[in-house]
Design a protein around this ligand. Structure first.
Ligand code: IPD
Ligand code: CA
Ligand code: CA
Length: 267
């Protein structure tokens, strides 16, 4: 298949900036909020309009590319051959609704299953994180340095408090030793933002037992490009066609945490 990464990257960044502009313009208006799988799984008319905006632009420009979008306006994607755009129009919808900050647009572009372009846009701060595989990662025009090793005792990890309280998905006792040993924990409520915080070294790792491909498609590309590690909680490759657990971190720290804290989990 013929494709031009530089051109796709230029279009994708332009569309993301335009969509961000529309989201900012929506702030004074009343949101139409509904829930999906449970009362806390929110979606707004802006999530839906943003996804539809991307789909229209991509289909007009690249009719043979496939699109996997969280809100379901894309294609039924059952395989990763060819070019696949994986889109989360607003990652952190609960923050978007309650705070009007701490959310991002996330787009990952995969070619025959390989992550080639990652774009995450912090709409409120007008901060565009972007990467073409092999060409480094940028925050707006500024190059982000490679990640360096970190020790557990000096690290800050992002982790949702849900997983250290009794819950139906994992044994909540499993992560308690890690939470005790690290310097600090954080929870920002947007997987895409948590991943750019790992990419920029603001935090050292991020982990969660369950995410969808659109939550992490872009972030994984950036973290790997910077020398960080991105797997599921068992240390295995993330499968872009299903839900997975996720563990991203600085190099070294990843193996250390897998061996010493995560190995007994049934993730
Ligand atoms: C959610 C956010 C959140 C994560 C959830 C995701 P959404 O995405 O990334 O941080 O904990 O699992 O579903 O629904 O706001 O796009
Ligand atoms: Ca999401
Ligand atoms: Ca979303």
């Amino acid at each position: 298949m013929n494709y031009n990464l530089k051109e796709m990257d230029t279009y994708a960044k332009k569309w993301v900036k335009e969509a961000g502009e529309n989201i900012r313009a929506s702030f004074p208006k009343t949101l139409n909020v509904t829930s999906k799988s449970n009362p806390n799984d929110l979606v707004t008319d802006i999530d839906q309009a943003t996804e539809q905006y991307f789909i229209k632009k991509i289909k007009e420009t690249y009719p043979d590319h496939k699109i996997m979008g969280e809100e379901g306006y894309g294609d039924e994607v059952t395989g990763l051959s060819g070019v696949v755009w994986i889109i989360d129009p607003i990652d952190g919808t609960m923050n978007f609704v309650h705070q009007q900050r701490n959310f991002a647009i996330s787009i990952g572009i995969y070619v025959d299953g390989e992550g080639m372009i990652g774009i995450i846009y912090d709409v409120v701060h007008d901060e565009l994180y972007h990467c073409i595989k092999g060409n480094g990662v940028y925050l707006n025009e500024k190059s982000i340095p490679k990640l360096t090793e970190a020790k557990v005792s000096e690290s800050i990890i992002a982790l949702n408090a849900t997983w250290v309280a009794p819950n139906k998905r994992i044994d909540h006792q499993l992560l308690i030793p890690l939470v005790k040993d690290v310097r600090g924990t954080r929870s920002y409520g947007s997987a895409a933002m948590e991943m750019v915080y790992v990419a920029t070294g603001r935090i050292d790792a991020y982990m969660t037992p369950r995410l969808a491909p659109w939550d992490i498609a872009a972030g994984i590309i950036m973290i790997k490009e910077l020398g960080g590690e991105a797997t599921d909680l068992r240390g295995e490759e993330f499968d872009m066609l299903k839900q997975n657990s996720l563990f991203v971190s600085k190099p070294g720290l990843h193996g250390d945490i897998l061996r010493n804290y995560l190995k007994d989990g049934k993730w």
